[in-house]
Each structure stands twice: as structure tokens, then as C-alpha cells.
Design a protein around this ligand. Sequence first.
Ligand code: HEM
Length: 524
Amino acid sequence: MEMDMYTIRKAIAATIFALVVAWAWRVLDWAWFTPKRIEKRLRQQGFRGNPYRFLVGDVKESGKMHQEALSKPMEFNNDIVPRLMPHINHTINTYGGNSFTWMGRIPRIHVMEPELIKEVLTHSSKYQKNFDVHNPLVKFLLTGVGSFEGAKWSKHRRIISPAFTLEKLKSMLPAFAICYHDMLTKWEKIAEKQGSHEIDIFPTFDVLTSDVISKVAFGSTYEEGGKIFRLLKELMDLTIDCMRDVYIPGWSYLPTKRNKRMKEINKEITDMLRFIINKRMKALKAGEPGEDDLLGVLLESNIQEIQKQGNKKDGGMSINDVIEECKLFYFAGQETTGVLLTWTTILLSKHPEWQERAREEVLQAFGKNKPEFERLNHLKYVSMILYEVLRLYPPVIDLTKIVHEDTKLGPYTIPAGTQVMLPTVMLHREKSIWGEDATEFNPMRFADGVANATKNNVTYLPFSWGPRVCLGQNFALLQAKLGLAMILQRFTFDVAPSYVHAPFTILTVQPQFGSHVIYKKLES
Ligand code: HEM
């Protein structure tokens, strides 16, 4: 009997030992052998980069370079790549275009060749969004069509697209104009008293674009919408905070102040959105005409999709889906447009000849009257200026995808689990495409359109390209054109003496040490 117990214990011990060894082997394979195998395959195909370092990869080196780059401002010029992506810049300078870096244990290749870029962006089902978000609290905002793949993505994209047609945008213009008018009237009052008005423009445009999107999204329910968007702004700031931390599994369940606040806000936003959406759905089902705002168009398009699919329960988007999409509009569209207006103001301050040229064009088109849709769309210099600002200061500095299985890319086979990065901000400075003056502000390069400026290469990517191109690009450009036109009609502007040039990235490219600008009222 004793012998038996001994044998059983031995067998249990042997099993546990075997399980531990198998588990340890899997961990080791995950943490060491798999990255090393991928590295070998990349090197065999001519890609070059640092050797893999256990678990940390290039993260420590990259973090140090970032810290160093951001420790001081720079001269005013547009050579901002060493500040925004110092490690990738260093890697490409050292190893060439066909290079890779390590995001911890994940390898990431950099793609710089136009033909390969086109291939990546065309085949969006193979090169998927890199949404490996572990913190469930971050998913409160990183959600919706921008994060889905496959059938769910195409269904959502199909339903949402009608909300951004030119006709719909035209109907949104008055709401844009009211927000800008209110802001500029305040500026005018201050400028009248003081002769000029100094403001930090990034926070100002941040509030403004927030106002615009809540007015446009919720139309007549603006008051409720306004509150939701104030909460979304808070949630976005907390989300950015979260994304800066290394996530420890389970951390989101701890009752920390930030975790509690994020859950509280998310619940409040969801409840309020649900209330508005339910009310609208009821009215639509009762045959009342839909509202002409973003939410109204989205709901109508959703109902049409459900009917097209024979009223199947999963034919359209659920209320929860619509809630997620509303949150995404804010996340994707507010700050991006705010920084576009910010860098446009700074570049036009530094290039007064272009500020004057744009003003003349605007005054010729509209005088001091409210800009209207058709002519706004045909403002040539204003469009060229915005394209050039988006080239030099793209709000989103790179597009990073991931392949989940071995994938052919031109002559290469990209191993499963590799990230594929298109470094937009670097591509926008490629001398072979843009010429020797690639880092200079020269809107004339867009005089004959984007295709001509890029010599028909897919290398201009402020809004990405292909099936997953930004859904809100016309919304953003229309708002920026209107905003810029209305400012130019009333003010001249220049950067304040205190301005120091220091672009840096937190999700979008922002001014690190403020963006003070002095506005003077234009003589009428
Ligand atoms: C200057 C302003 C903007 C810039 C520079 C910008 C840039 C981008 C970029 C680069 C992407 C692709 C991201 C990726 O593939 O990883 C994207 C996607 C997207 N953007 Fe924008 N965006 C802007 C404004 C807006 C606005 C105003 C909205 C909506 C109100 C919006 C809604 C979206 C959506 C829904 C997607 C996801 C599309 C999909 O995955 O099918 N964006 N945007």
C-alpha cells in the first residue's frame, strides 16, 4: 500500500514536472525561438536590423532616443523626423530602406517602396489593423469600424459611408460655420479692446473641433451631444494616459482612481447615447422624418441596410454598434482636425506670402460674406496649402499593420506575426518623390493635384489609401477650408515671440511647448 502511494506521488510529480517543462518550453519558444526564427527568415531575404534582444527588443534603445529627442526644442524647420521617430530614422539611416526594428518580441519591417506600399494598402484583409490592445479600458474608445476586420468591417463601412457623401457634407456646412463664427466673434471683441489677441491655438482648436463634431453629429440634440463630447474628451485624455503605460494583465480591474473614472465616464456616455438613439429610432419607426445630422444619416442608412438584408436581426448594426461608432467619430476626427488647423496656422505665420495669397483668394471668392460650399471646394491656394501642411505635419505619422499568416509582398514573404510599417512622415520627405526641396514648405508642388505631385505613386498618406482610407477626410478638409477662410477674412496672424518649435507625437503630431499666435484684426 505504501509502495502504491509512493508510486502515485512519483507519477504525479513526474506529470507536474512534464507539464512545467512543456509550459517552460512554450514560453521560451514564444519569447526567444519564434522571434529568432522570424529574424533569420527576414535576414535571408535581405532585411537588416538589430539582433533580437530577449523580450525587450529595441524598446529600451528607442525609449532613450525619444527622451533625448524631446528634451529640447528645435530650430524652426520642417526636418521633424529625428524628433518624431528617432529610432526608426536611425535604423533606416543605418540599415537602409529594407530594415526592421523590434517592438519587444514583435518584429516590424519598414516599407518605403511605392509599389510595395500600394500592395499593403490594397490588400487590407491580409495587412490587418494592428489592434493588439490588451487593456480593456482602452477599447472603450479604440472601437468601431476603424478596428474591425472582415465581414463586420465591410458591413459597418457600407452603412457609415452615406453619412460622408458630398451632399451630406454640404448640409453640415452651416453647423461648422456657427461654431467658427462664435469663436471668431469672441476673438474680435478681445482684439478690439487690445489691438491684438494672443492665444495658444492648439487647445483653442481642440475645443473648437470638439464643438463642431458634437454639433454636426447630434444637430438639434446638441445640448445632450455637447455633454457626451465633453465626457468623451475626458475619456480620450485618460485613454492616452493609459496607452503610455505598460499594461499589466488584470490591472484594469483594480479600483484605481483612473480605472474607476474611465468606467464611470464610459457608462455615462453609453447611457446617454443609448437614450438619444432609442428616441430617434422610435421616431423613425413611427414614420417621422429623420434628422439631417451625422447620427440621423447613420440611423437611416442602418435601417435601409436591415431592410435590404430582409429584416434579419443581424442585418444591420445593433444599438451598441451605433454607440461604438459615435465614439469612434470623436476619437478619429476631433484631434486630427485640430492639429491640422494648428500646423496650418503656424506654417502660414512663418510664410506670410502664402498667408496673403490665401487671403486674397478667399476675399476674392467671398468678400466678407459667409463662405459657401461650391466655391469653398474650388479654393485652389487654400487646398494646396492644406495638402502641403498634411504632407509636412501629417497628424498620423505612420500606418502600422500586421500579417497573421505568411504573406507575399512583392519579392518577399513576410513571416506571420510581423508588423508592417509605412512611415508616412518619412515617405512625405522622400527626395526621389518630392525633389530636393522635400523638407521645404512649398504648396506649389500641389498646383496640379496630388497625383501629379506624387508622380502617381502611392506615397502621400495623410488619410491612408485604398479600401481603408479615412472615412472622414472630406469632412476634415471641408471644415479646415471653412475655418481657415473665416479666419483669413477677419485676421492676420503671426507666431508670438515666445513660440518655440517642438512637434511631438501623442497619437497625433502636436506642439510640445505650446503654440502661441498673435491675431490682429484685418482693417476693413
Ligand atoms: C485631418 C483629419 C484626419 C486625418 C489626418 C485622418 C487620418 C486617418 C488615417 C491615417 C486613417 C487610417 C488609419 C489606419 O489605417 O491605421 C483614418 C481612418 C479613419 N478615419 Fe480619419 N482622419 C481625419 C479625420 C477624420 C474625421 C473627421 C473622421 C470622422 C468624423 C474620421 C474617421 C475615420 C474613420 C471612421 C476611419 C477608419 C476607416 C476604416 O478603417 O475603414 N477621420 N483616418
